[in-house]
Design a protein around this ligand. Structure first.
Ligand code: ATP
Ligand code: MG
Length: 416
């Protein structure tokens, strides 16, 4: 038996209903703030991600599905959405539009990871990107919009961590300072932290070893080394979030190891999720557009995992699927079949949700089926002139001509 590939899943109709609800919330919340939908191709030139996500990241090092297109060109199934959206911004000359250009997407992404709850090889993300604005209001507004989306989906036990990365220049000076501090206190660090001093000194902040943690309390923090402009930007973002009533924890250890990430960085987690607690995150990437040969363009954005939001969401108020009319057949008459077929089409054109008997059931079977799908009315078609209409709520039934079925339902008149 052929099964879905490891780490992938089918979205069955029951699941699709919750996703539709999520997408409707995204459309409403982001749409109201002037964000418009964009969708980019499922695969892109591999180089886009090598340059736009970063050669040194786990994604590029280990997680990409890369293939040759048969003509010697290397393509990759998109592992994330920011680099493709920047590529589209540059390719379509969007810098000539009124700025910022505000876009959202709901798309599937691909990463070769070890599958587990909340971690898949094909998964969906909602993303929002605002390109062409350096204003702190943009960062704060994006954070508020994601908080609003999580609230609208009643995602449980949400926490927000916030930091600023400053700029690449102050960051590399800080990295040297931190490295010297770690070297000077090497005997008080775990083996693991010692081994990472040169590779990734920031990781020492995540250590669980008590002596390492104690040592790190005295270590210099990037947030204390921001230059004046970056510090001012960050203070402004925080003030706006405070005014908006959004609570957050400052977390100087939040990192994103790439040179073109700048200033604001944030992540929403949900304690309802267990190990894979990251629900969504993002930040500012003022240097990315240049990295992709575009015009210098400050930008900010986030991405949130659809599966993780749904896993952490409470019961969603999804509406039941209504069936106004089920068109049944009283017999096997050929002309009656055509009348029934036509009645179902006409009912839909009149705005009713109408389903037609398609499985050759007996009349009794058809009524049972209509009841199971929750049909409000059943039209039992005999031939072109004769039918009867049954109100499934009251049980009342009356004979009429097939052409009268729709007007009677629309008028909501009593059948007896
Ligand atoms: P993680 O730490 O869980 O690996 P990440 O840092 O790789 O997350 P991002 O690249 O920032 O995640 O993606 C944003 C969001 O997309 C995550 O917060 C998560 O909700 C979701 N996500 C990322 N990778 C996966 C995956 N393999 N399966 C399902 N959702 C994912
Ligand atoms: Mg990851």
């Amino acid at each position: 038996m052929i099964q879905a590939p490891r780490g992938t899943f089918d979205i069955l109709p029951e699941d699709a209903v919750r996703r539709d609800y999520l997408e409707a919330q995204v459309r409403e919340i982001l749409g109201a703030a002037g964000y418009r939908r964009i969708e980019t191709p499922t695969f892109e030139a591999t180089e886009l991600f090598a340059r736009g996500v970063g050669e040194a990241t786990d994604i590029v090092q280990k997680e990409m599905y890369t293939f040759d297109d048969g003509g010697g060109r290397s393509l990759t199934l998109r592992p994330e959405g920011t680099a493709p959206v920047c590529r589209a911004y540059i390719e379509h000359g969007m810098h000539k539009l009124p700025q910022p250009v505000k876009l959202w997407y709901v798309s599937s992404f691909f990463r070769a990871e070890a599958p587990q709850r909340g971690r898949y090889r094909q998964f969906w993300q909602v993303g929002a990107e605002a390109m062409g604005s350096a204003a702190a209001e943009t960062d704060a507004e994006l954070i508020v919009l994601l908080a609003d989306l999580l609230a609208a989906l009643s995602v449980r036990d949400v926490r927000l961590r916030l930091s600023s990365l400053g700029n690449p220049e102050t960051r590399s000076a800080y990295r040297e300072e931190l490295t010297s501090y770690l070297r000077a206190h090497e005997d008080r660090l775990s083996d693991e932290a010692q081994a990472r001093i040169d590779l990734n000194p920031m990781r020492a902040f995540d250590a669980t070893d008590p002596r390492t943690r104690e040592t790190m309390r005295g270590a210099p923090k990037l947030l204390d080394r921001l230059d004046d402009d970056d510090a001012e930007h960050f203070a402004h973002v925080q003030a706006l979030l405070d005014d908006a009533g959004i609570s957050y924890e400052l977390d100087p250890t939040l990192v994103r190891g790439l040179d073109y990430y700048t200033r604001t960085l944030f992540e929403f987690t949900s304690d309802a999720l267990g190990a894979q607690s990251g629900v969504g995150g993002g930040g500012r990437y003022d240097r990315l557009m240049e990295q992709l040969d575009g015009p210098p363009t400050p930008a900010c954005g986030w991405a949130a995992g659809v599966e993780r939001m749904l896993l952490a969401a409470s019961e969603l108020p999804v509406r039941p699927e209504l069936v106004d009319l089920f068109v049944a057949r009283a017999n096997g008459d050929r002309a009656g079949a055509r009348t029934a077929f036509e009645l179902a089409q006409d009912a839909r054109r009149a705005g009713l949700a109408a389903q037609l008997e398609l499985a050759g059931r007996s009349l009794k079977g058809q009524l049972k089926h209509a009841d199971r799908i929750g049909a409000r009315y059943v039209a039992i078609v005999e031939d072109a002139e004769h039918a009867s209409l049954k109100d499934m709520e009251s049980g009342d039934q009356r004979e009429l001509e097939p052409t009268d079925v729709i007007p009677v339902i629309l008028r909501g008149s009593r059948l007896s």
